[in-house]
Design a binder for this molecule. Structure first.
Ligand SMILES: C[S@@+](CC[C@H](N)C(=O)[O-])C[C@H]1O[C@@H](n2cnc3c(N)ncnc32)[C@H](O)[C@@H]1O
Length: 236
């Protein structure tokens, strides 16, 4: 099992930050837009208050939430990699979004500076897999959620059995070279494949959310369960 090293993770995302969005859209075949849209659909059915998007990276989830949630909701994007946050802030300016309504701050998911019970919704997309200590990260997410608040996780999962051979061939044989073509960093995409392979399946992640104290846990596989949405609530 790959346990991510925080310094290496930060260095990896610093290295690919400028080309991250392009690589993301190309390597997912544009499916990342659909996955984010589903996250926003789940979020909008339950939230109109304070939202924290963790491991926000270049901010695409935060921007999608900004568009999909009521205007009065306040969205904070947090990440521990300054070059990724720079991309998010630059995009905020390009899109003409109000920087106050859409803040980006430097934070480590494993020791958040926010007070207990601060947010109505916490989201994390393709970030949980990168945490060196998932139980600690989940416990921090629960701590900063208000009672009754929700956590939504969008993350790679383990695909349907019949699809696995093809998928792992793509992850191990093709993705690192495609990643290299776009970012000149093949190691970053070898890391991506390794971290996906050692991430739990839907059942396993649901169990981790329950162990972390979340209730009403549910999940939804997308694209043959290559990725999945998970949701859990902090009890009142
Ligand atoms: C794959 S990117 C996902 C970015 C964005 N959420 C998206 O969906 O495109 C993972 C992000 O997690 C961030 N990250 C990893 N570990 C973190 C930690 N402990 N605290 C904060 N951010 C972290 C990285 O810096 C990177 O920007």
């Amino acid at each position: 099992m790959t346990v991510p090293d925080p310094a290496a993770v930060r260095a990896t995302f610093s290295s690919v930050a400028r080309r991250y969005d392009l690589a993301n859209h190309v390597l997912s075949g544009g499916l990342d837009f659909l996955w984010r849209a589903k996250l926003v659909e789940w979020a909008s059915s339950s939230c109109s208050g304070k939202v924290l998007d963790l491991a926000t990276g270049s901010g695409d989830v935060a921007f999608a939430l900004r568009r999909g949630l009521p205007e009065q909701s306040a969205i904070v994007g947090a990440d521990f990699c300054p070059p990724m946050l720079d991309q998010a802030r630059a995009k905020c300016e390009r899109l003409g979004l109000d920087p106050i309504g859409n803040q980006f701050v430097e934070e480590d998911c494993l020791s958040l500076s926010f007070e207990d019970d601060s947010f109505d919704l916490v989201t994390i997309a393709f970030g949980l897999r990168n945490l060196s200590d998932r139980p600690r990260g989940l416990s921090e997410m629960k701590r900063v959620l208000k009672p009754g608040g929700k956590l939504i996780v969008l993350e790679f999962s383990q695909p349907s059995l019949w699809f696995r051979p093809l998928y792992y061939l793509y992850l191990r044989g093709i993705l690192p070279w495609l990643g290299w073509l776009m970012t000149r960093d093949r190691k970053a995409y070898l890391y991506l494949g390794g971290s996906i392979a050692s991430f739990p399946d839907r059942e396993g992640l649901c169990a981790e959310l329950e162990e972390a104290g979340f209730s009403a846990v549910r999940s939804l596989g997308m694209t043959f369960s290559v990725v999945a949405l998970h949701e859990g609530s902090k009890e009142d």
